[in-house]
Design a protein around this ligand. Structure first.
Ligand code: GLU
Length: 415
């Protein structure tokens, strides 16, 4: 058993939940594995004229509550086990916010930072082609994740539409607004997380105005989080980081200027008048709120006892190992677990699907209002289970989410 294999972690978390719920072993065994996993080899012509074969995956974990749903990651360190874990977490994520969807995930082993736009487009089109038989608006609906963008979603939607010879906007979410995207999808993950932070702070009696925040990761989720905690709550963002390193300013970073700096230079590093800080140091800062927004396994048994934040809002998937979870819980740190904290993305993806199906688009304010309602009730359902079973918020979120999936499976006669 390794502390860092994401799929083993997902299975251990489920086992613990099955124990709390007294689930039948056979039901637990069904939920421990994906319904289907697809491995594809994707030949792509590179700019130098040669073909390169990329490895890709799509894991369809569970569709008891509705079509599979989950993003696609383009990452050099992608593995089938990460994708399987992420697909499991999507199943619990759609369930905790109670949207009528299941869970899935995709990934391609590649480094988009070293590819030209043309290569990226050809890879995106070839990947969706290679899984086109098993995805679709009523089967399995992908979305963006680490290093994938609205532009990539647009290429995939276009390629899929060509195969079906009609527009298939409902294939994929996180599309550009001009192509059936939803207002409010861009910052939905961070915004949804902020709604849970607001509820947690209320519950714990923490005043968010002037509260200090450290954010690890400055991508799809992290950079929006930095700007929203400042604009919505008046928090003071004292440190942020990306894969190249971090920056710090005790008096608060000028977040919008940091975003501009990153757009211009490719990193937050070197932002004028800030102090350099490593990703590891950032996690251990004495702040009120810590928002891991990058990759898995950054809070482990090695550093958990050094963490000083009062609230951790996990916008990343899988940032905390089970060993670290126990340490954080014993130290009284309130963790808003990943598949609850970052469920705002898939919630607005669900809204996007609804809008695509009925071809009528909502104002951004309506998206925010409906997102707030979903996140707030998911947070309180979790908090309630945490108090009822006397377990940490992650275990509580599992209890709520897994019970709903089990119920759907029972009603369908699958178990
Ligand atoms: N990739 C995001 C996640 O992990 C969004 C998934 C979606 O919108 O389907 O939640």
């Amino acid at each position: 058993m390794s502390e860092n294999n994401p799929f083993e972690i997902a299975q251990r978390q489920l086992d613990e939940c099955a124990r709390i719920l007294n689930l039948d072993d056979s039901i637990r065994d069904i939920l421990r594995v994906p319904m289907r996993e697809i491995h594809v080899s994707i030949p792509v012509r590179m700019d130098n004229g040669n073909f390169r074969v990329f490895k890709g995956f799509r894991v369809q974990y569970n569709n008891a509550r509705g079509p599979m749903k989950g993003g696609i990651r383009f990452h050099p360190d992608e593995t089938i086990d990460t994708v399987k874990a992420l697909a499991a977490w999507m199943t619990w994520k759609t369930s905790i916010v109670d949207v009528p969807l299941g869970g899935g995930k995709g990934g391609v082993i590649c480094n988009p930072k070293e590819m030209s736009d043309g290569e990226l487009e050809r890879l995106s089109r070839a990947y969706i082609q290679s899984i086109s038989e098993v995805v679709g608006p009523e089967k399995d609906v992908p979305a963006p994740d680490v290093y994938t963008t609205p532009q990539i979603m647009a290429w995939m939607m276009d390629e899929f539409s060509k195969i079906y010879q009609k527009n298939q906007f409902g294939l994929i979410t996180g599309k550009p607004l001009e192509l059936g995207g939803s207002a409010g999808r861009g910052d939905a993950t961070a915004r949804g997380g902020c709604y849970t932070i607001r509820e947690a702070a209320n519950y714990l009696g923490i005043d968010l105005k002037g509260a200090t925040v450290a954010i690890q990761g400055f991508g799809n989720a992290g950079h929006f989080a930095a700007s929203l905690v400042s604009s919505l709550f008046g928090c003071k963002v004292v440190a942020v980081s990306d894969s190249k390193g971090g920056i710090m300013d005790e008096n608060g970073l000028a977040v919008e200027a940091v975003i501009k700096h990153k757009v211009k230079t490719g990193s937050v590093v070197g932002f004028p008048n800030s102090k350099p800080i490593s990703n590891i140091e950032l996690l251990e800062l004495d702040v009120d709120l810590l928002i891991p927004s990058a990759l898995e396994n950054v809070i482990t048994s090695d550093n958990a006892s050094n963490i000083k934040a009062k609230i951790i809002c996990e916008l990343a998937n899988g940032p905390t190992t089970p060993e670290a979870d126990e340490i954080l819980y014993n130290n009284g740190i309130h963790v808003i677990p990943d598949f609850l904290a970052n469920a705002g993305g898939v919630t607005v993806s669900y809204f996007e699907m609804v809008q695509n199906f009925y071809m009528y688009y909502w104002e951004e304010a309506l998206v925010h209002e409906r997102l707030d309602k979903k996140m707030t009730s998911a947070y309180h359902a979790t908090l309630h289970a945490s108090n009822k079973y006397n377990v940490n918020m992650r275990k509580a979120a599992y209890v709520v989410a897994v019970e709903r999936v089990v119920k759907a499976m029972q009603l369908r006669g699958r178990i």
